[in-house]
Design a protein around this ligand. Structure first.
Ligand code: MG
Length: 171
């Protein structure tokens, strides 16, 4: 039987939004940096698209419970890996961002799936092109003691989801 009356379950989505944003900030990511990727992704389809609109849609994405849960789970695994608290063989795969691990992308799908197949297409593109801060996170993640295995995919997924949210709105 699942425990239902834990503190976590009493948190509403707005409180959790604040926790999620603070956690992203601690990991070196601002929502504005995610919105920049969204702008780059979507401005070719929506000519007058503003940065503020992109940021607004990033905010909508991080208000969704499935998204919040995916972010918290992924970031926690990165943090535990940096602290050496993950056991083998997972520790080495997460430390090295092993190409065949693949669960970082699977978790990110929980974020983009909220927006249907267009979310998936956008995420595939972001994942390949490493736009904006993603490239920076990817490089930092190669340093000793830094694990960004989940973070880069989570940032890409939020940006892709926000782009999809804009696409649905302006289609
Ligand atoms: Mg990754």
């Amino acid at each position: 039987m699942k425990k239902v009356n834990s503190d976590e379950n009493r948190l509403n989505d707005t409180t959790k939004r604040d926790i999620v944003v603070a956690r992203l900030n601690e990991r070196g990511v601002q929502l504005e940096q995610i919105a920049e990727i969204t702008l780059e992704l979507q401005s070719k389809y929506v000519p007058d698209l503003s940065f503020e609109t992109c940021l607004d849609h990033v905010e909508r994405v991080v208000m969704k419970r499935e998204v919040q849960n995916a972010i918290l789970t992924g970031l926690e695994l990165d943090i535990l890996t940096e602290k050496g608290l993950v056991s083998e063989p997972l520790r080495t795969m997460l430390n090295d961002d092993h190409g065949l691990y693949g669960i970082d992308e699977v978790l990110a799908l929980a974020i983009v799936n909220v927006y249907g197949s267009i979310g998936l297409t956008n995420f595939g593109f972001v994942d390949k092109s490493k736009l904006g801060i993603i490239k920076h996170l990817d490089e930092l993640g190669k340093e000793d003691g830094v694990c960004h295995t989940f973070l880069d995919d989570i940032v890409g997924a939020i940006a892709a989801a926000a782009a999809s949210s804009i696409a649905h709105r302006y289609a």
